[in-house]
Design a protein around this ligand. Structure first.
Ligand code: CMC
Length: 427
């Protein structure tokens, strides 16, 4: 294949460089197109736009492959743990034992939240959606970490930012959960591993002992949510970070993007959809018909993906983890049967087959969270906790790129060319 593409514009032909990634993906580099020709490209929703090159996560949606830094997600889910995966994503390689210990100790050291942050969490109505709380408080962390607000961030500052985010966001999430339940705050414990500590901060009233099976199930879910290349929230993180906004403002923006039901908020929406089907008598075929009806805004939540046109590999792992953990906990949840029935029908239905719509990561994850005792409005917060290393790594890669420029797309204007300004009383 030639290393340049020819674009014929009628009056002018230009050659555009072709670049190829390490997994053979190809792109036409149009960065000089406008200066050479006056043309821009247009791609609403960015379905065909590569916004960056990246060495963090590879995914092939046609085949259903997902790798972090070259390691398949299946291997990480089976053999790794969330902190090791966080290190891998942020640093680009697997840590030696001492490196992982150092990383973990840094997080523990930074996991105590300022008392004012706890007061702020408690100022929110108990009924507030936890995603809004997480976004606001993450942004507020900038007020407590002046030392990290420079625009030329050093390696030490990056490490400290990562430790604060990984250390404090779970504490803030658990603190708000306890507040919403009118329960006392439980501070973090350094003698517990990362996931057990989180579970203890949520549920650690007298007599509570963390079940290792539960901790492992949660650990796997966090690993599976670690990163997913240039999705809506990662792109938001890169967009905001490209203005050299500080790390807390940047991650807060990522949280807001994640909240939407077409992105991370889908895990809450799936559970609500399954509950609605159950309440309606369990007739999932009726809901399948609604999802296919173009006059009806209803969509099958937890189905479909911009990039996967095959099984989402994360969904496969979660489905089997779901069976295992519900069996181990002795939970019989009729909602799981509804989900399985819905999936079975959708996978043979012409509408879904033709459009290559498969269950995504959010389809079964909520059933596990529910079995672990996590309330439905906290599901997307669980997604945040898993995605911290991904957002951080995308931001780190962005600010370390010597070619980094502020993200600033263009547009084709379609509005009025002239509108006469008249005085307000004369309109
Ligand atoms: N139910 C019914 N029809 C669907 C669905 C669905 N869940 N998803 C896509 N379609 C249809 C869509 O209407 C379109 O039909 P047509 O070609 O007749 O116009 C076709 O499939 C192609 O879909 P699209 O709208 O071009 O897909 P997209 O890439 O713009 O959107 C999506 C991707 C994930 C937003 C969408 O599939 C969706 O809304 N799914 C439900 C919400 C969801 O589960 N989101 C979580 C995504 S995975 C985790 C994450 O990102 O955080």
């Amino acid at each position: 294949m030639s290393d340049a593409a020819k674009l014929d514009l009628g009056t002018q032909t230009v050659e555009l460089p072709i670049i190829e990634g390490s997994e053979g993906e190809k792109a036409i580099d149009i960065s000089a197109l406008r200066s050479q020709t006056g043309f821009i490209t247009i791609d609403p929703g960015y379905g065909n736009t590569g916004s960056c090159t990246s060495g963090i996560t590879f995914l092939n949606g046609e085949v259903g492959i997902l790798k972090y830094r070259g390691v398949p997600i299946e291997v990480l889910a089976e053999r790794s743990n969330f902190l090791e995966v966080s290190y891998l994503l942020a640093h680009g390689g697997l840590p030696k034992k001492a490196e992982l210990e150092h990383f973990s100790n840094g997080i523990k050291k930074h996991s105590h939240i300022p008392s004012e942050i706890l007061d702020m969490v408690k100022c929110f109505p108990k009924t507030a959606h936890p995603m809004g709380v997480m976004s606001a408080i993450t942004s507020a962390l900038s007020g407590f970490n002046d030392q990290l607000l420079t625009s030329n961030v050093t390696d030490e500052q990056k490490e400290e930012s990562m430790s604060i985010l990984l250390g404090q966001l779970p504490v803030i999430a658990a603190a708000f959960y306890r507040h919403s339940q009118s329960k006392e705050f439980i501070p973090p414990r350094e003698d517990l591993d990362y996931v057990s500590n989180f579970l203890n901060m949520l549920f650690g009233d007298d007599g509570y002992v963390v079940d290792p099976e539960v901790a492992r199930a949660l650990d796997i879910l966090l690993i599976l949510h670690g990163d997913h290349e240039q999705n809506c929230s990662a792109s938001t993180v890169r967009m905001v970070g490209s203005s050299k906004a500080n790390i807390f403002a940047t991650i807060s923006a990522g949280i807001d993007a994640l909240w939407g039901p077409l992105h991370g908020g889908a895990n809450q929406a799936v559970l609500e959809m399954l509950a609605a089907i159950q309440e309606d008598g369990g007739d999932y075929k009726k809901f399948l018909a609604k999802a296919k009806d173009k006059e009806d805004p209803f969509k099958l939540m937890g189905f479909g993906h911009r990039v996967y046109k095959n099984f989402d590999p994360r969904a496969k792992i979660i489905k089997s983890a779901c069976d295992t953990i519900l069996n181990k906990l002795g939970v019989k949840d009729p909602i799981l049967d509804i989900a399985k029935g819905l999936e079975e029908q959708a996978l043979v239905d012409k509408y879904f087959v033709d459009r290559k719509l498969y269950p995504n990561v959010d389809f079964y994850s909520g059933i596990i969270y529910k079995a672990l005792g996590i309330p439905v409005n906290m599901f997307t917060v669980m997604f945040i906790l898993g995605r911290i290393p991904g957002w951080f790594s995308q931001w780190k890669e962005l600010i370390e790129d010597p070619k980094m420029r502020i993200c600033r797309p263009r547009q084709i204007y379609t509005g009025n060319t002239t509108l006469n300004y008249s005085d307000i009383g004369e309109r």
